[in-house]
Design a protein around this ligand. Structure first.
Ligand SMILES: Cc1cc2nc3c(=O)[nH]c(=O)nc-3n(C[C@H](O)[C@H](O)[C@H](O)COP(=O)(O)O)c2cc1C
Length: 183
């Protein structure tokens, strides 16, 4: 029976332990395909997905990205795939838009696209974890990223080690949703 959208969303949890089994590139492409259809401010589509599946390169990346204060993210070295979500910044919307509103639209866009990826991955039986705790400089160096791209986030991807279901509670609906007036 097909999983409903709400079931898919509710069953997703961050996965930090993976099987060694490699992940088929075709599945990753399907995740990117889902991300590709995300909405974005002024339709600028600022996201770029740099998928690292070469073990040697991944080693260099994890050494540089997760050292010093970022070593708490060392667990991600064992993920078969690391995805670096890059933002292309030389776009009018992000420059001018921010001057007027103070909002970093590209971060919103990347969050939406990245979560499309994550949910598609979940449907395909892959586990993921967002990674925000990394050295941007280290990522730049390891992957030789041109200046016009900013590593905005990362995702660890792989087949989950055990299908664990951490019961992380969520704020109740009444706490996060108001109609007409903030209470
Ligand atoms: C933008 C963002 C950055 C995150 N960065 C990290 C991280 O650096 N390391 C980590 O272990 N988890 C990270 N997470 C995962 C969160 O800790 C996790 O989503 C949260 O605790 C809720 O748990 P769940 O995803 O299992 O529902 C990040 C999540 C998001 C959305």
């Amino acid at each position: 029976m097909k999983t409903s959208f709400i079931e898919l969303v509710k069953s997703r949890r961050s996965v930090r332990r993976f099987q060694e089994k490699p992940v088929e590139r075709e599945l990753l492409r399907q995740c990117i395909e889902a991300a590709r259809f995300a909405p974005s401010a002024s339709h600028v589509q600022p996201w770029r997905f740099l998928i690292v599946d070469d073990p040697d390169l991944k080693k260099v990346l994890t050494q540089k990205a997760f050292s010093g204060i970022f070593s708490a993210t060392r667990w991600a070295a064992k993920a078969p795939i690391l995805v670096v979500i890059l933002a292309e910044l030389d776009m009018i919307t992000n420059r001018i838009g921010r001057q007027f509103t103070g909002l970093h639209y590209y971060l919103i866009d990347i969050g939406i696209a990245g979560e499309h990826f994550v949910l598609q991955a979940r449907e395909l039986g892959l586990g993921t974890c967002w990674i925000g705790w990394f050295s941007e400089r280290g990522v730049r160096k390891a992957l030789d990223i041109p200046r016009k791209y900013r590593p905005a986030s990362m995702l660890a991807v792989g087949y989950p080690d055990v299908e664990h279901f951490s019961d992380k509670s969520r704020h109740p609906l009444e706490k996060i949703c108001w109609f007409n007036k903030v209470r």
